[in-house]
Design a binder for this molecule. Structure first.
Ligand code: SAM
Length: 478
């Protein structure tokens, strides 16, 4: 199994032996929500401040009635009694009866159930990396000891980074923690080296072509040479909590071999899949958000030109026009999220069924536009507005989109709808065009769900992903 994405709760996939057989995975990397009591938004730098980004996922956990039942089940089973003790301790510490808004116990319980299921699918020689931060790492380590065995603890890696805001009231919190466990004593590991430069020579140093003194040393468990994904980072996709590709490449290189299978059960915008593909490993990703899986497929196709749309299997999102119609009728909001993710458009804030301040805008595609200024070529950041219609498209909707595009100062608008509605868009749209340094594009265009499913692109310049695609050195598995 390779290049598979599931839009689902990872527990459902992890518990299904048809999807993930016993001992089928060599490496698991998971970067679950951290119980940070925040809601992550997809950022969008609009010129119109009234627009708010859509919530990508919520990172708050409450202790509910069903959690008590799950905990009692863990208490009854002698194999999981130790886990239940950790959870009771967490409850005791936070005083769960006070009905706190966010509950550590609920978070850790839900993680414990998923980690247990991960153990089943991991090979005896496999490793699991649990990416977390100091908010919950102390509880998670106890849970990992309970699930994988304390003797299978391999190490704790500290990833230190520098991002925007710092507190002056305490030491600024600028590190994450990777808890690394094996499943048995046979855990495989490829030691990795790095080159360190020194001012003066000493007995282990050598001299490179430029006359610098260096030593090749083994990479230790404190990683402060990998930069976080910032707003200005070239690899940024606009997905909150996106992890740097270099971090995942290091993990994949150390704990798997070419042809091995890597699983990310909380795969976000697909950094693990990207690293795995780049390094010739097989990969499987799961994310509960329909936005995420579509975005990852786009990311993979943009970065690895040898891949076709059929090479990446996505389950849990519409596969055919009929599926898409069905989703549009059942859940308009999820339908919009899916379309936006698959087009690489950041979603816009709107409550289901509500016509909010966004004036019917569903997503925004950010793209670099190359323009000729005098004798020079310059890249300028521009926006394309996406509007999704799951039902009939009225003539007014097409005109309204044009007005919105003008109001927001975007370069173009795309109206996504079912193919039978494209005629209305074609009849009502203005003939206006806009251009980059090379060619002209329609100011307003229709784009059908069938085209989206077939991997056809709207008529506009390449997005950021393409730019990166040109630079990625990828090779194909034989
Ligand atoms: C911290 S982000 C992961 C970011 C990822 N490492 C990357 O580089 O893009 C956590 C992800 O977990 C997903 N998630 C939350 N609960 C989940 C669940 N029960 N099953 C699968 N995915 C879930 C969220 O939608 C979110 O995308």
């Amino acid at each position: 199994m390779n290049r598979v994405l599931y839009a689902a709760d990872c527990l459902d996939i992890l518990q299904d032996p048809d999807k993930l057989p016993d001992q089928s995975v060599d490496l698991i990397y998971l970067d679950p929500p951290f119980n940070s009591n925040s809601t992550y938004n997809l950022p969008f730098k609009s010129r119109d401040r009234s627009l708010k980004p859509v919530e990508a996922f919520e990172d708050t956990w409450r202790w509910g009635f069903e959690d008590e039942t799950k905990l009692r089940d863990l208490e009854k089973n002698p194999r999981t009694r130790a886990l239940a003790t950790v959870l009771r301790f967490a409850q005791e510490v936070e005083g769960v009866r006070r009905k706190r808004k966010t509950s550590m116990a609920a978070y850790v319980l839900n993680m414990a159930l998923r980690l247990r299921a991960m153990r089943r699918v991991l090979k005896d020689s496999g490793s699991i990396y649990l990416h977390c931060d100091p908010t919950a790492s102390h509880y998670l380590k106890l849970i990992m000891d309970g699930v994988f065995g304390a003797s299978n603890f391999r190490n704790e890696v500290i990833w230190g980074y520098r991002t925007g805001g710092v507190s002056k009231k305490r030491w600024p919190r600028k590190h994450d923690i990777l808890l690394v466990y094996g499943k048995t004593g046979e855990t495989m590991h490829n030691p990795l080296q790095e080159r360190i430069f020194y001012d003066k020579p000493f007995f282990t140093t050598a001299v490179d072509e430029q006359g610098r003194h260096y030593a090749d040393v083994y990479i230790r468990d404190v990683w402060d040479d990998i930069k976080a994904v910032l707003n200005v980072s070239k690899e940024r996709l606009g997905y909150p909590t996106q992890k740097p590709l270099a971090l995942l490449e290091r993990i994949v290189l150390a704990s798997s071999n070419v042809g091995d299978t890597v699983l990310d059960p909380f795969c976000g915008c697909g950094t693990t899949a990207h690293a795995a593909e780049k390094l010739g490993r097989k990969w499987i990703g799961v994310d509960i958000s329909r936005f995420s899986t579509g975005l990852i497929r786009r990311r993979m196709l943009d970065n690895f030109r040898y891949l076709n749309i059929d090479d990446v299997d996505v389950f849990g999102t519409p596969q055919s026009v009929d599926d898409a119609r069905d989703l549009a009728q059942r859940d308009k909001f999820e339908f919009e999220k899916w379309v936006c993710g698959a087009m690489g458009a950041n979603g816009m804030y709107k409550n289901p069924g509500e016509k909010g301040a966004d004036g019917g805008i569903d997503g925004v595609i950010e793209l670099p536009v190359i323009r000729r200024i005098g004798n020079k070529f310059e890249s300028q950041d521009e926006y394309v507005i996406v509007q999704v219609k799951g039902g009939n498209v009225s003539p007014d909707a097409v005109k309204a989109l044009a007005e919105t595009v003008r109001r927001l100062g975007a370069v173009a608008g795309i109206l996504v709808c079912f193919a039978d509605q494209l005629g209305t868009v074609e009849n009502q749209r203005s003939e206006e065009m806009w251009s980059d340094a090379y060619q002209q594009y329609p100011f307003i265009q229709g784009y059908s769900i069938a085209q989206l499913l077939a991997g056809e692109k709207p008529n506009m310049p390449p997005t950021y992903g393409y730019k990166h695609g040109g630079r990625t050195q990828a090779f194909q598995l034989k």
